[in-house]
Design a protein around this ligand. Structure first.
Ligand code: TPP
Length: 375
């Protein structure tokens, strides 16, 4: 196992002291260590992985030093544009170290949305001509890899990647934890929302635990899963999937169950929703202020005014709630008002220990959902 302290110290010794990225459960411990130890202007949790590369470029331009960008491999796609068209040795030659959580590594059990990404991960890096090293439990090798990464990033004048295997960092408990408490859990909020829905209403739910909680509640109610499209991958795109449906199915109410991290990831989508003026688009943001599904790292969610942002983007109705009573009342309103409409629900972080995962395959989910939309 690799000690987070030693790993971090080695990064500093190798002139890497700026960190930005989107969190990942595989990198949870090292990210928590960075959060506690890096000065706040040297650790920024970015809106998305491409934006993290942007921040890293800016840091290099301002300091001449090597930034580190961390991400789950799901988000690698978001980095491809700035990596190939700015950072690359054939363009601006920006030295940079990428720390990539390797979900779906061949031979390691993982969810369907991670399998292909995990399998093609190395080939993707190779196609982009990004040199890389794989880190496993070997602590000595990890420290050598950091040295090599810093050296090669400078030498090649471009990115160098560290591909991180599952479970290689020792446990580190985050100390800086400004927990805000709200009466509802996300799961309680999901249940209340579902209880208000009509049989013809469609739900598009976001990546992570929200979809898992929705799935389990539908099971509990014996309702089947036909009404729900679970956005198990493609974090941040839930609202546009919902909009794509709402534009074609204007005889139905389309409910988008989103997360604060997910909305922030592609916040420009709100402008498109607002200006499309789609009456049946009903957006619900479950705002816990963290990336709860991958370890609870903070988002800007509780510092921004989602209702104000949505309103300014042309949403016709916006409302924020915190209690079950308010949520029950506002769900009645949300169903009646003309959209695009937003209901923000502030919820506490955390989930049930024994929360399960969808037991149907993505294709089954898609086919049942498409059939449901047809009828
Ligand atoms: C593009 C991309 N980046 C990162 C991830 C890893 N990931 C999965 S869920 C999640 C957190 C989602 O946060 P939020 O939308 O606030 O929902 P919460 O988990 O707090 O309910 C992250 C970062 C991913 N799946 N895809």
């Amino acid at each position: 196992m690799i000690s987070c302290e030693k790993f971090y110290q080695s990064l500093l010794e190798n002139n890497i002291s700026f960190f930005t990225g989107v969190p990942d459960s595989l990198l949870k411990n090292i990210c928590a260590y960075i959060t506690d130890h890096a000065p706040s202007n040297n650790h920024i949790i970015a809106a998305n992985e491409g934006a993290a590369v942007g921040l890293a470029i800016g840091y290099h331009l301002a300091t001449g030093k090597i930034p580190m960008v961390y991400l789950q491999n799901s988000g690698f796609g978001n980095t491809i544009n700035p990596l190939l068209s700015i950072v690359d040795p054939e363009v601006y030659q920006i030295p940079m170290v990428l720390m990539i959580g390797w979900r779906g590594e061949p031979g390691v059990k993982d969810e369907p949305q991670h399998k292909k990404q995990g399998r093609v991960n190395q080939a993707l890096l190779q196609a982009m001509e990004i040199p890389y090293n794989i880190l496993d439990h070997d602590s000595q090798q990890a420290l050598l890899s950091i040295k090599e990464a810093a050296h090669r990033a400078v030498l090649n004048r471009g990115p160098y990647a560290l591909l991180i295997r599952k479970g290689i960092f020792e446990k580190y408990q985050l100390q800086k934890d400004d927990k805000l408490d709200f009466p509802l859990t996300r799961e309680m909020a999901v249940k209340i929302v579902v209880d208000h829905l009509d049989p013809r209403d469609a739900v598009i739910s976001t990546t992570g635990m929200t979809s898992r909680e929705l799935f389990e509640y539908r099971d509990f109610l014996n309702q089947g899963h036909d009404n729900d499209f679970l956005t198990i991958g493609g974090m941040g795109h839930t609202s546009q999937i919902a909009l794509g449906i709402a534009l074609q199915k204007n005889d139905r109410q389309i409910f988008c169950l989103d997360g604060d991290g997910s909305v922030i990831m592609h916040m420009g989508s709100l402008a498109v929703i607002g200006t499309q003026g789609i009456g049946n688009f009903k957006h619900i943001i479950l705002n816990n202020g963290v990336h709860d599904s991958v370890g609870g790292q903070p988002t800007a969610g509780l510092k921004v005014d989602f209702c104000g942002i949505a309103k300014a983007n042309g949403y016709q109705f916006v409302q924020m709630v915190e209690t079950a009573k308010q949520l029950n009342a506002e769900m009645q309103t949300l169903k009646k008002v003309r959209g695009p409409a937003l209901l923000e629900i502030k919820v506490k972080r955390g989930a049930r220990e024994n929360l399960g995962r969808p037991t149907t395959t993505p294709v089954e989910n898609k086919e049942r959902f498409m059939n449901f939309l047809k009828n």
